[in-house]
Design a protein around this ligand. Structure first.
Ligand SMILES: C[S@@+](CC[C@H](N)C(=O)[O-])C[C@H]1O[C@@H](n2cnc3c(N)ncnc32)[C@H](O)[C@@H]1O
Length: 244
């Protein structure tokens, strides 16, 4: 890992901290850098799974998206975090690690499974599936499960029952099916449930215009993030909006 990569990440996190009007998010990065607990957890999760050829990781193997989600949970200390789209559970495990460190909060994840045996459930061209004979979230370690609820089904079908139980949420994260319709429906269903000061996070905002159309509808300027902060040519990838 080059220092240059870290410096670019720190710059990026400082700009994000300004947008969110929060404390400097950089301080949380140290917790997951190096051979940290979450990196060892990730290695432990995949050690017996041939689908994952790489068995040793460093933090930058996990995408800016997961690093950002981790630091946001540490700073915003959500009571209720809702995530759509789980697959192996790699992002879920980052979120749960942050929640565990916070010593408070709960993650509710929704996934409509893409089984190896039956193929991808996404209708957006995303072709990845679970490894053979695996269930969504298989990579999440037992130690994280007390703060986790995993619901199986289509996000738009499951969200009403989640919001009935949790009429006010802290953070909503979309990363399920990136069609215009599913993204628009998830964003519109969740926005009014997010408390003042809470966050909406949306991955794959470059797939279609739904996220930007939604931001126009709610009259908010989003913070847009690249796939890789160290690559100047990286396309934008995910967006964040604070409910002010
Ligand atoms: C991009 S992957 C999620 C990756 C995960 N968020 C991560 O970062 O590790 C998309 C997931 O959404 C699931 N999915 C597809 N359509 C869905 C839907 N309508 N509702 C909920 N989940 C869906 C897929 O089966 C897949 O597991």
């Amino acid at each position: 890992m080059s220092n240059n990569k870290e410096e670019k990440l720190f710059d990026f996190l400082r700009r994000l901290s300004e947008y969110l009007e929060c404390m400097d998010l950089v301080k949380y990065f140290d917790e997951i850098n190096g051979k940290s607990e979450i990196i060892l957890d990730m290695e432990n999760s995949v050690k017996d799974e041939p689908f994952f050829e790489t068995k040793k990781f460093e933090i930058f193997d996990f995408r800016l998206f997961r690093i950002v989600n981790y630091v946001l949970v540490r700073e915003f200390k959500p009571n209720v975090f809702i995530e759509t789209g789980v697959m192996h559970g790699l992002t879920s495990q980052f979120l749960l690690h942050a929640i565990t460190r916070n010593q408070s909060g709960k993650l509710i994840s929704i996934d409509y499974p893409s089984y190896y045996e039956t193929g991808p459930s996404n209708k957006d061209g995303y072709m990845e599936t679970l490894p053979p004979k695996r269930e969504p979230g298989w990579a999440v370690l037992e130690k994280y499960k007390p703060n986790w609820e995993l619901l199986i089904g289509k996000s738009v079908d499951k969200l009403p029952e989640v919001f009935e139980q949790h009429p006010v949420i802290d953070i909503f994260l979309h990363d399920s099916e990136h069609t215009y319709e599913t993204m628009w429906n998830e964003l519109t269903m969740s926005w009014d449930k997010i408390k003042k000061g809470g966050l909406l996070i949306c991955d794959n905002i470059d797939n279609n215009t739904s996220f930007f159309d939604f931001c126009r509808k709610i009259n908010q300027i989003p913070f847009v993030c690249p796939q890789d902060v160290s690559d100047n040519n990286s396309k934008i990838r995910f967006g964040i909006v604070k409910h002010k």
